[in-house]
Design a protein around this ligand. Sequence first.
Ligand code: ADP
Ligand code: ZN
Ligand code: ZN
Length: 734
Amino acid sequence: MSRVYLQVALPVPLHQLFDYSIPASFSHTPHIGARIKVPFGRRELIGVIVGVTETPESPIHKIKPARQLIDEHSLFPPQLMQLLTWAAQYYHYPIGEVFSTALPTLLRQGEDLYDNPIHWRLTPVGLQITADTLSRSAKQQAAWLALEPHQSHGISEDFLKKVQIERATLQALAKKGFAEEFGQLAIQTGTPQLKYAESPLVANESQTTAIHAITEHLGQFKSFLLDGVTGSGKTEVYLQSIASCLAKHQQALVLVPEIGLTPQTVARFRSRFAVEIVMLHSGLTDRERLRAWRRAYLGHAAIVIGTRSTLFTPMPHLGLIIVDEEHDLSFKQQDNFRYNARDLAIFRAQLASCPVVLGSATPSLESLANAKQGRYQHLFLKERAANVSQPTIKLIDLRGQKLQAGLSPALKEAISLRLKKDEQVIIFLNRRGFAPVLLCHDCGWQAKCPRCDAKITLHRNPLRLHCHHCGFSQQPPNFCPECNSKELKAIGAGTVRVEEALQELFPKVPIHRIDRDSTQRKDSWHNLYADIENNKAAILVGTQMLAKGHHFPNVTLVALLEADSGLFGADFRASERVAQLITQVAGRAGRARKAGLVLLQSHQPEHPLLQQLLSTGYQGFAELALAEREMIGMPPYGYLALVRAEAHYPEMALNFLTEAMSRGQVLDNAPEFWGPIPAPMEKKAGIFRAHLLLKSNQRSRLQQFLHRWLTIMNDLPEAKRLRWHIDVDPQELA
Ligand code: ADP
Ligand code: ZN
Ligand code: ZN
């Protein structure tokens, strides 16, 4: 047999695999997908074996032997290996770092996969033979003799190794059907039986159509866009589709947005199914995460629910993928490995030959275009489930109104009316803290972050100026630093100020604030749910976090204090985001029997986007927006990549991008270049940032170009003097 070498993906910022030889101490060729310890320079690193080759790229005499094999089995089924390898190429991110991202922290650090080490025992057939049967192999005979007295608990492989019984020998016995590995190790051949904890609801007509379409395709690849207004019962469609998947002894994977994984969501899955469900989210300890990951890997967990990176969880019997709130930005990772879990979910489903369902009340324009072009089957739920009607939406013109912490007289009146009826109200404002501006009334000076091109937000309790972009924080001055005046005024309102004003207006009503500052306290959600569930008058004030996944049955009024904020963003997706946000927030109103009202405060009530939303809803807006994107050739009708460069001096980042662009313009398949330009917020945390945008009308041409261009860029001497990266299919141009 000719000699083989291992191709290992190592967590280093280089776009390549590394070759290692197999030391004599290894009893067999390791499995692809297993972790291995190898020497790297003067360090020792843990990598994943991605390939085995007889013809390595490095010169043979330079190849060092690997040190230690960590896993006897592959951690990634072949489909996942393929997905990760593909993703590394598509997003142009070092393959070793991609594999590293896909692993739970403890596994990355070399921890054993199993709590229980691998055990061996004899099979029923193995118990019926005698040692004589194995007289032709002394090794196998010794192994049989060692195992025979320990049938009830078996013997750990580590122990067997210590008494010179090698894995290869045990495997030879296994091949003859005399011995087997067992315990936590064995990947289950099928996921446990479907068991209900409560019976499903009776699906309505459109739900039934959707469920049939999806379940009919179990066992094959097919993409669905489940386009259903808020409260239309999308979750019920997921649950019933999952039930069919579980009935086939397959596993279901559910991806949810970062802040959508609420206790309520989880409770709905748990109260429906009496099967093993695991969660993977940022709130877990490393140990808990490994445990959940292992249950999925072994095929024990029937349902795996989690945020973006959960997509990379190995599941031997994956039968259905669901991406809930598919339009949500959190599916795209915004740093390091900049993948889009929603897009990769489609590819994973294709590799696993299973259906994938993207669900939303406000589908992304990308997914709508895919549905229009027939790549996704478009399923609609147009009515709210359980005979609840859609809320009424009205605009409040803010011009010339006297505002109290951003609240207009008409809004205060409406709130008071609802509270009197013991109903609940949500006030939405996408700005936390007390006030966004600290202004000198005498000279016009405004407090700014010294490290960013941005205003700094005033917070109370404790009184601080706090930058929401870089985390910088300082005492507010007592006097204006320009003119020494004492007349410093807090202008505008953040959630804290609104909360204070409401407390004054409605002193007897419980008021809950939900934003990043408030929810750091662990009990805050708990108290909130307790108050919400007793169905008495209450007010919730919050940011975006309130817009997702929650079910507040007694909320009958939802107000957006600044419906037009965000309409004028520099990003071409600004209007899509605003339309989604308004629609999602509005969806929180009147979810149960009582009719809902949505009030949008705006200084520009005649803005075409607001008018469009009011008259035709999100769908009408999306039609128009798609036509507009097509006209200008922007996504989903064009393909973008964004290069961001960061340097300590403003010119440096721009110059680097100019140089990079001129190297690119002469290559084949060169895309359109836009820029380079300073980033919308040029200075952030003391660093100057610049952008170069690439646009092509063909995905594959852009990819071919990027492969060549990035190789050239990596070799530019300037490339090593500053930080830069490429973002393929960027979601935010910030
Ligand atoms: P979505 O996920 O689309 O926002 P949900 O699945 O949360 O909608 O459903 C909204 C409400 O309607 C929930 O209280 C749910 O229990 C109820 N519901 C959904 N489908 C049905 C049905 N077929 N019959 C009765 N109630 C339903
Ligand atoms: Zn001043
Ligand atoms: Zn700052």
